[in-house]
Design a protein around this ligand. Structure first.
Ligand SMILES: Nc1ncnc2c1ncn2[C@@H]1O[C@H](COP(=O)(O)OP(=O)(O)OP(=O)(O)O)[C@@H](O)[C@H]1O
Length: 476
Protein backbone atom coordinates (compact mmCIF):
# COMPACT_ATOMS: atom_id res chain seq x y z
CA UNK A 1 0.00 0.00 0.00
CA UNK A 2 1.04 3.61 -0.43
CA UNK A 3 3.54 5.22 1.87
CA UNK A 4 2.63 7.73 4.55
CA UNK A 5 0.54 10.69 3.32
CA UNK A 6 2.25 14.03 2.80
CA UNK A 7 0.67 17.08 4.49
CA UNK A 8 -0.69 18.19 1.14
CA UNK A 9 -2.30 14.82 0.48
CA UNK A 10 -3.59 14.73 4.00
CA UNK A 11 -5.53 17.92 3.35
CA UNK A 12 -6.93 16.35 0.20
CA UNK A 13 -8.00 13.42 2.29
CA UNK A 14 -9.88 15.68 4.65
CA UNK A 15 -11.96 16.79 1.77
CA UNK A 16 -13.06 13.59 0.17
CA UNK A 17 -15.36 11.82 2.53
CA UNK A 18 -18.38 13.88 3.28
CA UNK A 19 -20.64 12.24 5.78
CA UNK A 20 -21.86 14.83 8.23
CA UNK A 21 -25.23 13.10 8.36
CA UNK A 22 -23.95 10.17 10.41
CA UNK A 23 -22.39 12.41 12.95
CA UNK A 24 -25.76 13.84 13.86
CA UNK A 25 -27.79 10.73 13.20
CA UNK A 26 -30.09 9.61 15.95
CA UNK A 27 -31.52 6.82 13.87
CA UNK A 28 -28.82 4.23 14.49
CA UNK A 29 -27.26 4.60 17.87
CA UNK A 30 -23.76 3.64 16.89
CA UNK A 31 -23.47 4.60 13.24
CA UNK A 32 -20.50 6.85 12.76
CA UNK A 33 -18.64 8.49 10.01
CA UNK A 34 -15.06 7.64 10.58
CA UNK A 35 -13.49 10.03 8.17
CA UNK A 36 -12.86 13.64 8.94
CA UNK A 37 -16.38 14.96 8.45
CA UNK A 38 -16.08 18.09 10.51
CA UNK A 39 -13.14 19.53 8.60
CA UNK A 40 -14.62 19.08 5.16
CA UNK A 41 -16.19 22.50 4.83
CA UNK A 42 -12.97 24.21 5.83
CA UNK A 43 -10.95 22.70 3.00
CA UNK A 44 -13.69 22.65 0.41
CA UNK A 45 -13.21 26.23 -0.64
CA UNK A 46 -9.52 25.77 -1.33
CA UNK A 47 -9.78 22.61 -3.40
CA UNK A 48 -10.77 21.94 -6.95
CA UNK A 49 -12.58 18.82 -5.77
CA UNK A 50 -15.47 20.95 -4.58
CA UNK A 51 -17.81 19.96 -7.41
CA UNK A 52 -17.90 16.20 -6.82
CA UNK A 53 -18.17 16.75 -3.10
CA UNK A 54 -21.16 19.00 -3.55
CA UNK A 55 -22.90 16.47 -5.76
CA UNK A 56 -22.11 13.70 -3.33
CA UNK A 57 -23.58 15.77 -0.56
CA UNK A 58 -26.76 16.41 -2.53
CA UNK A 59 -27.09 12.69 -3.17
CA UNK A 60 -26.50 11.95 0.48
CA UNK A 61 -29.09 14.47 1.61
CA UNK A 62 -31.63 12.66 -0.55
CA UNK A 63 -30.38 9.38 0.89
CA UNK A 64 -30.85 10.70 4.41
CA UNK A 65 -34.47 11.59 3.69
CA UNK A 66 -35.16 8.12 2.29
CA UNK A 67 -33.58 6.47 5.32
CA UNK A 68 -35.62 8.53 7.76
CA UNK A 69 -38.89 7.86 5.96
CA UNK A 70 -38.46 4.10 5.47
CA UNK A 71 -39.20 1.52 8.11
CA UNK A 72 -39.28 -1.63 5.98
CA UNK A 73 -36.81 -3.00 3.48
CA UNK A 74 -39.44 -2.62 0.79
CA UNK A 75 -39.91 1.08 1.52
CA UNK A 76 -36.18 1.60 1.65
CA UNK A 77 -35.72 -0.01 -1.76
CA UNK A 78 -38.80 1.39 -3.49
CA UNK A 79 -37.98 3.16 -6.73
CA UNK A 80 -34.60 1.42 -6.89
CA UNK A 81 -35.00 -2.35 -6.71
CA UNK A 82 -37.60 -3.78 -9.15
CA UNK A 83 -40.88 -4.42 -7.42
CA UNK A 84 -41.00 -8.08 -8.41
CA UNK A 85 -37.77 -8.67 -6.43
CA UNK A 86 -39.12 -6.90 -3.34
CA UNK A 87 -42.39 -8.83 -3.53
CA UNK A 88 -40.73 -12.25 -3.57
CA UNK A 89 -42.73 -14.47 -1.26
CA UNK A 90 -39.59 -16.38 -0.48
CA UNK A 91 -37.73 -13.24 0.51
CA UNK A 92 -40.49 -11.95 2.75
CA UNK A 93 -42.19 -15.01 4.20
CA UNK A 94 -39.59 -17.76 4.19
CA UNK A 95 -36.36 -15.87 4.77
CA UNK A 96 -38.01 -13.10 6.75
CA UNK A 97 -36.35 -10.06 5.18
CA UNK A 98 -38.90 -7.47 6.25
CA UNK A 99 -37.24 -4.92 8.52
CA UNK A 100 -33.83 -3.64 7.47
CA UNK A 101 -30.88 -4.24 9.76
CA UNK A 102 -28.85 -1.20 10.88
CA UNK A 103 -26.27 -1.62 8.15
CA UNK A 104 -28.99 -2.00 5.50
CA UNK A 105 -30.79 1.08 6.83
CA UNK A 106 -27.62 3.16 6.69
CA UNK A 107 -25.98 1.74 3.59
CA UNK A 108 -28.81 1.25 1.09
CA UNK A 109 -29.62 4.96 0.57
CA UNK A 110 -25.90 5.66 0.16
CA UNK A 111 -25.50 2.78 -2.28
CA UNK A 112 -28.58 3.78 -4.28
CA UNK A 113 -27.16 7.30 -4.58
CA UNK A 114 -24.32 5.83 -6.61
CA UNK A 115 -21.44 6.38 -4.20
CA UNK A 116 -18.62 3.90 -3.76
CA UNK A 117 -18.83 2.47 -0.30
CA UNK A 118 -16.87 0.70 2.42
CA UNK A 119 -19.42 -1.43 4.31
CA UNK A 120 -17.96 -1.93 7.75
CA UNK A 121 -20.33 -3.64 10.20
CA UNK A 122 -20.39 -6.49 12.70
CA UNK A 123 -20.49 -10.13 11.67
CA UNK A 124 -24.02 -11.35 10.94
CA UNK A 125 -25.34 -7.81 10.42
CA UNK A 126 -26.68 -8.37 6.89
CA UNK A 127 -24.03 -6.82 4.63
CA UNK A 128 -24.68 -9.44 1.92
CA UNK A 129 -28.29 -8.42 1.37
CA UNK A 130 -27.28 -4.73 1.36
CA UNK A 131 -24.89 -5.08 -1.56
CA UNK A 132 -27.12 -7.59 -3.40
CA UNK A 133 -30.06 -5.19 -3.30
CA UNK A 134 -27.83 -2.50 -4.81
CA UNK A 135 -26.88 -4.94 -7.58
CA UNK A 136 -30.53 -5.77 -8.29
CA UNK A 137 -31.25 -2.05 -8.53
CA UNK A 138 -28.60 -1.66 -11.22
CA UNK A 139 -28.55 -4.74 -13.43
CA UNK A 140 -30.71 -5.07 -16.50
CA UNK A 141 -31.82 -8.68 -16.90
CA UNK A 142 -32.49 -8.13 -20.61
CA UNK A 143 -28.88 -7.24 -21.26
CA UNK A 144 -26.53 -10.07 -22.09
CA UNK A 145 -23.37 -8.92 -20.31
CA UNK A 146 -21.73 -9.23 -16.91
CA UNK A 147 -22.90 -6.14 -15.05
CA UNK A 148 -22.00 -7.03 -11.45
CA UNK A 149 -19.10 -8.99 -10.00
CA UNK A 150 -18.80 -10.13 -6.38
CA UNK A 151 -15.39 -11.39 -5.31
CA UNK A 152 -15.25 -13.71 -2.28
CA UNK A 153 -12.32 -15.47 -0.59
CA UNK A 154 -13.70 -19.02 -0.38
CA UNK A 155 -15.89 -21.38 -2.32
CA UNK A 156 -18.09 -21.83 0.76
CA UNK A 157 -18.86 -18.12 1.06
CA UNK A 158 -19.37 -17.93 -2.72
CA UNK A 159 -21.99 -20.70 -2.63
CA UNK A 160 -23.79 -18.91 0.17
CA UNK A 161 -23.88 -15.52 -1.60
CA UNK A 162 -24.97 -17.25 -4.83
CA UNK A 163 -27.86 -18.86 -2.99
CA UNK A 164 -29.17 -15.49 -1.75
CA UNK A 165 -28.62 -13.86 -5.18
CA UNK A 166 -30.51 -16.68 -6.92
CA UNK A 167 -33.30 -16.43 -4.38
CA UNK A 168 -33.67 -12.73 -5.25
CA UNK A 169 -33.43 -13.47 -8.98
CA UNK A 170 -35.92 -16.34 -9.12
CA UNK A 171 -39.24 -15.77 -10.80
CA UNK A 172 -42.06 -16.35 -8.41
CA UNK A 173 -45.30 -15.86 -10.29
CA UNK A 174 -46.96 -16.23 -13.64
CA UNK A 175 -47.04 -12.44 -13.87
CA UNK A 176 -43.30 -12.55 -14.29
CA UNK A 177 -43.21 -15.40 -16.79
CA UNK A 178 -42.79 -12.99 -19.70
CA UNK A 179 -39.86 -11.24 -18.01
CA UNK A 180 -36.35 -12.56 -18.36
CA UNK A 181 -34.94 -13.34 -14.93
CA UNK A 182 -31.54 -12.12 -13.86
CA UNK A 183 -28.87 -14.80 -14.38
CA UNK A 184 -26.36 -15.53 -11.63
CA UNK A 185 -23.15 -17.50 -12.17
CA UNK A 186 -20.93 -18.94 -9.42
CA UNK A 187 -17.37 -19.02 -10.72
CA UNK A 188 -15.69 -20.67 -7.77
CA UNK A 189 -12.51 -22.65 -7.18
CA UNK A 190 -13.32 -26.34 -7.34
CA UNK A 191 -16.11 -25.86 -9.90
CA UNK A 192 -16.23 -27.26 -13.43
CA UNK A 193 -14.89 -24.38 -15.47
CA UNK A 194 -15.60 -26.16 -18.79
CA UNK A 195 -19.34 -25.75 -18.29
CA UNK A 196 -18.87 -22.10 -17.31
CA UNK A 197 -16.81 -21.43 -20.44
CA UNK A 198 -19.64 -22.46 -22.77
CA UNK A 199 -22.16 -20.55 -20.69
CA UNK A 200 -20.05 -17.39 -20.80
CA UNK A 201 -19.57 -17.70 -24.56
CA UNK A 202 -23.23 -18.29 -25.36
CA UNK A 203 -24.86 -15.81 -23.00
CA UNK A 204 -22.94 -14.01 -20.27
CA UNK A 205 -24.81 -13.85 -16.93
CA UNK A 206 -25.76 -10.50 -15.39
CA UNK A 207 -24.16 -11.30 -12.03
CA UNK A 208 -20.97 -13.29 -11.37
CA UNK A 209 -19.85 -14.43 -7.91
CA UNK A 210 -16.23 -15.52 -8.05
CA UNK A 211 -13.13 -16.53 -6.19
CA UNK A 212 -10.04 -14.80 -7.52
CA UNK A 213 -8.34 -17.97 -8.83
CA UNK A 214 -11.19 -19.00 -11.12
CA UNK A 215 -11.96 -15.42 -12.08
CA UNK A 216 -8.39 -14.73 -13.23
CA UNK A 217 -8.33 -17.91 -15.32
CA UNK A 218 -11.42 -16.77 -17.20
CA UNK A 219 -10.13 -13.22 -17.58
CA UNK A 220 -6.70 -14.33 -18.78
CA UNK A 221 -8.28 -16.55 -21.43
CA UNK A 222 -10.57 -13.65 -22.37
CA UNK A 223 -13.62 -15.84 -21.90
CA UNK A 224 -15.05 -13.48 -19.32
CA UNK A 225 -15.38 -9.81 -20.22
CA UNK A 226 -15.98 -7.10 -17.66
CA UNK A 227 -16.37 -4.06 -19.94
CA UNK A 228 -20.03 -3.69 -18.93
CA UNK A 229 -19.41 -4.17 -15.20
CA UNK A 230 -21.12 -1.40 -13.26
CA UNK A 231 -20.87 -2.83 -9.71
CA UNK A 232 -17.81 -4.52 -8.22
CA UNK A 233 -18.10 -5.93 -4.68
CA UNK A 234 -15.10 -7.23 -2.76
CA UNK A 235 -16.40 -9.20 0.23
CA UNK A 236 -14.12 -9.91 3.23
CA UNK A 237 -11.83 -7.30 1.74
CA UNK A 238 -9.28 -7.26 4.59
CA UNK A 239 -8.85 -11.03 4.29
CA UNK A 240 -8.18 -10.80 0.55
CA UNK A 241 -5.73 -7.92 0.97
CA UNK A 242 -3.93 -9.94 3.64
CA UNK A 243 -3.63 -13.07 1.55
CA UNK A 244 -0.25 -13.24 -0.14
CA UNK A 245 -1.78 -15.61 -2.72
CA UNK A 246 -4.62 -13.30 -3.70
CA UNK A 247 -3.49 -9.72 -3.20
CA UNK A 248 -1.76 -9.14 -6.54
CA UNK A 249 -4.73 -10.48 -8.55
CA UNK A 250 -7.06 -8.35 -6.47
CA UNK A 251 -5.05 -5.18 -7.07
CA UNK A 252 -4.90 -6.00 -10.79
CA UNK A 253 -8.66 -6.46 -10.90
CA UNK A 254 -9.29 -3.19 -9.08
CA UNK A 255 -6.89 -1.28 -11.31
CA UNK A 256 -7.60 -2.78 -14.69
CA UNK A 257 -11.19 -3.67 -15.26
CA UNK A 258 -13.68 -1.08 -16.26
CA UNK A 259 -13.08 2.60 -15.90
CA UNK A 260 -13.54 3.72 -12.30
CA UNK A 261 -15.96 6.44 -13.41
CA UNK A 262 -18.43 3.85 -14.68
CA UNK A 263 -17.99 1.46 -11.81
CA UNK A 264 -19.49 1.53 -8.34
CA UNK A 265 -17.07 -0.23 -6.02
CA UNK A 266 -18.11 -1.73 -2.68
CA UNK A 267 -15.76 -3.17 -0.06
CA UNK A 268 -17.33 -5.19 2.77
CA UNK A 269 -16.08 -6.72 6.00
CA UNK A 270 -16.69 -6.84 9.73
CA UNK A 271 -13.03 -6.00 10.25
CA UNK A 272 -11.04 -3.39 8.37
CA UNK A 273 -7.92 -2.79 10.46
CA UNK A 274 -6.59 0.75 10.01
CA UNK A 275 -9.64 1.64 7.97
CA UNK A 276 -8.60 5.28 7.50
CA UNK A 277 -5.35 4.15 5.94
CA UNK A 278 -7.21 1.61 3.80
CA UNK A 279 -9.67 4.18 2.47
CA UNK A 280 -6.89 6.65 1.82
CA UNK A 281 -5.03 4.03 -0.22
CA UNK A 282 -8.17 3.13 -2.17
CA UNK A 283 -8.58 6.74 -3.23
CA UNK A 284 -4.91 7.19 -4.04
CA UNK A 285 -4.81 4.04 -6.13
CA UNK A 286 -8.09 5.05 -7.81
CA UNK A 287 -9.74 1.82 -6.71
CA UNK A 288 -12.64 3.95 -5.55
CA UNK A 289 -13.80 7.41 -6.47
CA UNK A 290 -12.64 10.24 -4.21
CA UNK A 291 -16.02 10.64 -2.49
CA UNK A 292 -16.14 7.06 -1.25
CA UNK A 293 -18.46 6.67 1.72
CA UNK A 294 -17.52 4.75 4.86
CA UNK A 295 -20.60 3.21 6.45
CA UNK A 296 -19.35 2.14 9.85
CA UNK A 297 -21.97 0.60 12.12
CA UNK A 298 -21.34 -0.05 15.83
CA UNK A 299 -17.88 1.43 15.59
CA UNK A 300 -17.48 1.30 19.37
CA UNK A 301 -18.60 -2.31 19.61
CA UNK A 302 -16.89 -4.46 16.99
CA UNK A 303 -18.68 -7.67 18.02
CA UNK A 304 -22.42 -8.35 18.45
CA UNK A 305 -23.65 -7.55 21.96
CA UNK A 306 -25.48 -10.89 22.27
CA UNK A 307 -22.12 -12.71 22.52
CA UNK A 308 -21.05 -13.84 25.95
CA UNK A 309 -17.30 -14.50 26.16
CA UNK A 310 -15.76 -17.03 28.55
CA UNK A 311 -12.47 -18.83 29.03
CA UNK A 312 -11.25 -21.92 30.86
CA UNK A 313 -7.66 -22.40 31.94
CA UNK A 314 -6.25 -25.92 31.77
CA UNK A 315 -3.00 -27.76 31.08
CA UNK A 316 -1.98 -28.48 27.46
CA UNK A 317 -2.77 -32.17 27.83
CA UNK A 318 -6.16 -31.51 29.38
CA UNK A 319 -7.70 -29.68 26.43
CA UNK A 320 -9.68 -32.67 25.15
CA UNK A 321 -11.20 -33.50 28.52
CA UNK A 322 -11.89 -29.81 29.23
CA UNK A 323 -13.76 -29.48 25.95
CA UNK A 324 -15.75 -32.61 26.72
CA UNK A 325 -16.63 -31.23 30.12
CA UNK A 326 -17.79 -27.96 28.53
CA UNK A 327 -19.89 -29.77 25.94
CA UNK A 328 -21.53 -31.83 28.65
CA UNK A 329 -22.35 -28.84 30.82
CA UNK A 330 -23.44 -26.51 27.97
CA UNK A 331 -25.26 -29.24 25.99
CA UNK A 332 -25.28 -26.97 22.91
CA UNK A 333 -27.88 -27.58 20.25
CA UNK A 334 -25.43 -26.53 17.52
CA UNK A 335 -21.80 -25.55 18.00
CA UNK A 336 -18.59 -24.91 16.09
CA UNK A 337 -15.27 -26.02 17.59
CA UNK A 338 -12.38 -24.09 16.04
CA UNK A 339 -9.02 -25.78 15.96
CA UNK A 340 -5.67 -24.65 14.51
CA UNK A 341 -4.49 -26.00 11.17
CA UNK A 342 -1.90 -28.78 11.21
CA UNK A 343 1.58 -27.37 10.62
CA UNK A 344 3.58 -28.41 7.56
CA UNK A 345 6.22 -29.86 9.89
CA UNK A 346 3.66 -32.04 11.62
CA UNK A 347 2.24 -33.15 8.25
CA UNK A 348 5.73 -34.11 7.04
CA UNK A 349 6.33 -36.05 10.22
CA UNK A 350 3.22 -38.08 9.37
CA UNK A 351 1.31 -37.07 12.49
CA UNK A 352 -2.43 -37.55 12.65
CA UNK A 353 -4.18 -34.19 12.03
CA UNK A 354 -5.47 -32.53 15.23
CA UNK A 355 -8.99 -32.41 13.78
CA UNK A 356 -9.00 -36.21 13.36
CA UNK A 357 -7.67 -36.72 16.89
CA UNK A 358 -10.36 -34.48 18.32
CA UNK A 359 -13.19 -36.09 16.37
CA UNK A 360 -12.06 -39.58 17.37
CA UNK A 361 -11.93 -38.47 20.99
CA UNK A 362 -15.40 -36.90 20.85
CA UNK A 363 -16.92 -39.89 19.10
CA UNK A 364 -15.41 -42.25 21.63
CA UNK A 365 -16.46 -40.32 24.68
CA UNK A 366 -19.51 -38.25 23.88
CA UNK A 367 -22.38 -40.65 23.19
CA UNK A 368 -25.64 -38.95 22.26
CA UNK A 369 -24.04 -35.68 21.15
CA UNK A 370 -25.25 -33.92 17.98
CA UNK A 371 -23.85 -35.08 14.64
CA UNK A 372 -20.10 -34.42 14.41
CA UNK A 373 -18.96 -32.90 11.10
CA UNK A 374 -15.51 -31.69 10.01
CA UNK A 375 -14.53 -28.82 7.71
CA UNK A 376 -10.87 -28.11 6.95
CA UNK A 377 -8.60 -26.87 4.16
CA UNK A 378 -7.13 -30.28 3.40
CA UNK A 379 -10.49 -31.76 2.39
CA UNK A 380 -11.37 -31.67 -1.30
CA UNK A 381 -14.14 -29.36 -2.48
CA UNK A 382 -16.74 -32.13 -2.68
CA UNK A 383 -16.04 -33.24 0.88
CA UNK A 384 -16.26 -29.63 2.08
CA UNK A 385 -19.59 -29.12 0.32
CA UNK A 386 -20.89 -32.39 1.79
CA UNK A 387 -19.92 -31.25 5.30
CA UNK A 388 -21.83 -28.01 4.98
CA UNK A 389 -24.85 -29.82 3.56
CA UNK A 390 -24.74 -32.26 6.50
CA UNK A 391 -24.58 -29.38 8.96
CA UNK A 392 -27.52 -27.57 7.37
CA UNK A 393 -29.59 -30.77 7.24
CA UNK A 394 -28.87 -31.90 10.78
CA UNK A 395 -31.20 -30.83 13.60
CA UNK A 396 -28.16 -30.07 15.74
CA UNK A 397 -24.46 -30.33 14.97
CA UNK A 398 -20.94 -30.15 16.29
CA UNK A 399 -18.81 -28.73 13.50
CA UNK A 400 -15.08 -29.21 14.07
CA UNK A 401 -13.43 -26.66 11.79
CA UNK A 402 -10.24 -24.81 11.02
CA UNK A 403 -10.34 -21.09 10.18
CA UNK A 404 -11.75 -21.91 6.75
CA UNK A 405 -15.15 -21.72 8.46
CA UNK A 406 -14.34 -18.45 10.23
CA UNK A 407 -15.11 -16.05 7.37
CA UNK A 408 -18.59 -15.33 6.11
CA UNK A 409 -20.07 -18.80 6.70
CA UNK A 410 -23.66 -18.30 7.82
CA UNK A 411 -25.04 -21.05 10.05
CA UNK A 412 -27.61 -19.07 12.06
CA UNK A 413 -28.50 -22.01 14.33
CA UNK A 414 -25.04 -21.98 15.92
CA UNK A 415 -25.35 -21.04 19.59
CA UNK A 416 -21.88 -21.93 20.89
CA UNK A 417 -18.34 -21.36 19.63
CA UNK A 418 -15.40 -23.14 21.24
CA UNK A 419 -11.82 -22.05 20.58
CA UNK A 420 -10.03 -25.34 21.14
CA UNK A 421 -6.91 -23.39 20.12
CA UNK A 422 -6.70 -19.62 20.37
CA UNK A 423 -6.94 -17.87 17.00
CA UNK A 424 -3.76 -16.26 15.73
CA UNK A 425 -4.95 -12.68 16.20
CA UNK A 426 -7.84 -10.48 17.36
CA UNK A 427 -9.33 -10.20 13.87
CA UNK A 428 -9.56 -13.98 13.66
CA UNK A 429 -11.14 -14.07 17.12
CA UNK A 430 -13.80 -11.62 15.91
CA UNK A 431 -14.63 -13.70 12.85
CA UNK A 432 -14.67 -17.03 14.69
CA UNK A 433 -16.91 -15.55 17.40
CA UNK A 434 -19.11 -14.05 14.68
CA UNK A 435 -20.18 -17.49 13.45
CA UNK A 436 -22.74 -17.29 16.23
CA UNK A 437 -25.20 -14.50 17.09
CA UNK A 438 -26.32 -14.36 13.44
CA UNK A 439 -30.02 -13.72 13.85
CA UNK A 440 -30.24 -9.94 13.44
CA UNK A 441 -33.36 -9.39 15.53
CA UNK A 442 -32.88 -12.04 18.18
CA UNK A 443 -31.95 -11.28 21.78
CA UNK A 444 -30.79 -14.83 22.58
CA UNK A 445 -27.40 -15.05 24.22
CA UNK A 446 -24.69 -16.95 22.38
CA UNK A 447 -21.49 -18.24 23.93
CA UNK A 448 -17.86 -18.03 22.84
CA UNK A 449 -15.53 -20.11 25.03
CA UNK A 450 -11.75 -20.28 24.71
CA UNK A 451 -9.74 -23.13 26.18
CA UNK A 452 -6.35 -21.72 27.14
CA UNK A 453 -3.26 -22.45 29.19
CA UNK A 454 -2.34 -19.99 31.94
CA UNK A 455 0.48 -18.66 29.69
CA UNK A 456 -2.07 -17.81 26.99
CA UNK A 457 -4.17 -15.64 29.29
CA UNK A 458 -2.27 -12.52 28.28
CA UNK A 459 -2.91 -13.24 24.58
CA UNK A 460 -6.65 -13.41 25.22
CA UNK A 461 -6.37 -10.25 27.31
CA UNK A 462 -4.79 -8.53 24.29
CA UNK A 463 -7.76 -9.57 22.14
CA UNK A 464 -10.09 -8.20 24.81
CA UNK A 465 -8.31 -4.85 24.76
CA UNK A 466 -8.24 -4.67 20.99
CA UNK A 467 -11.85 -5.72 20.45
CA UNK A 468 -13.28 -3.97 23.51
CA UNK A 469 -14.94 -6.97 25.14
CA UNK A 470 -14.47 -8.76 28.42
CA UNK A 471 -14.11 -12.44 29.01
CA UNK A 472 -15.21 -14.23 32.15
CA UNK A 473 -13.27 -17.12 33.66
CA UNK A 474 -15.13 -20.41 34.02
CA UNK A 475 -14.13 -22.91 36.70
CA UNK A 476 -15.08 -26.47 35.84
N1 LIG B 1 -33.25 -7.65 7.01
C1 LIG B 1 -33.04 -8.87 7.50
N2 LIG B 1 -33.98 -9.47 8.28
C2 LIG B 1 -33.78 -10.71 8.80
N3 LIG B 1 -32.64 -11.43 8.60
C3 LIG B 1 -31.68 -10.88 7.86
C4 LIG B 1 -31.82 -9.58 7.26
N4 LIG B 1 -30.68 -9.31 6.58
C5 LIG B 1 -29.88 -10.37 6.72
N5 LIG B 1 -30.46 -11.32 7.48
C6 LIG B 1 -29.88 -12.63 7.91
O1 LIG B 1 -28.79 -12.33 8.77
C7 LIG B 1 -27.79 -13.33 8.66
C8 LIG B 1 -26.43 -12.68 8.48
O2 LIG B 1 -26.38 -11.98 7.24
P1 LIG B 1 -25.03 -11.90 6.39
O3 LIG B 1 -24.51 -13.27 6.10
O4 LIG B 1 -25.28 -10.99 5.25
O5 LIG B 1 -24.08 -11.19 7.44
P2 LIG B 1 -22.72 -10.43 7.17
O6 LIG B 1 -22.89 -9.05 7.67
O7 LIG B 1 -22.27 -10.61 5.76
O8 LIG B 1 -21.77 -11.23 8.18
P3 LIG B 1 -20.21 -11.64 8.05
O9 LIG B 1 -19.42 -10.39 8.25
O10 LIG B 1 -20.01 -12.63 9.14
O11 LIG B 1 -20.03 -12.24 6.68
C9 LIG B 1 -28.20 -14.21 7.48
O12 LIG B 1 -28.73 -15.41 8.01
C10 LIG B 1 -29.26 -13.41 6.77
O13 LIG B 1 -30.21 -14.25 6.13
Amino acid sequence: MASSPTPQLRSLRWSVTVKPRYAFSTHSKCATTSLFFNRTDRVLSSLSLAAPITSARTAENGAENTRKAASTLRELCEGHVPDHVLRRRKMVEEVGYIVPTDVQKEALPVLFSGLDCVLHAQTGSGKTLAYLLLIFSVVNAQRSAVQALIVVPTRELGMQVTKVARMLAAKSSELESDQKSCTVMALLDGGTLRRHKSWLKVEPPAIVIATLGSLCQMLDKQILKLDAMSVLVIDEVDFLFNSSKEVSSLKRLLTTYSSIKNRQTIFASASIPQHRRFIYDCIQQKWTKANVSHVHINAVEPMPSCLYHRFVICGKRERHSTLLHLLQSDAPQSAIIFIGEQSEKSKKAGNVPPTTLLIEFLKASNGGCPEIVVLEEDMNFNQRAASLTDVKRAGGYLLVATDIAARGVDLPETTHIYNFDLPKDAVNYLHRAGRTGRKPFSDSKCFVTSIITSEERFVLQRFENELLFSCEELFL
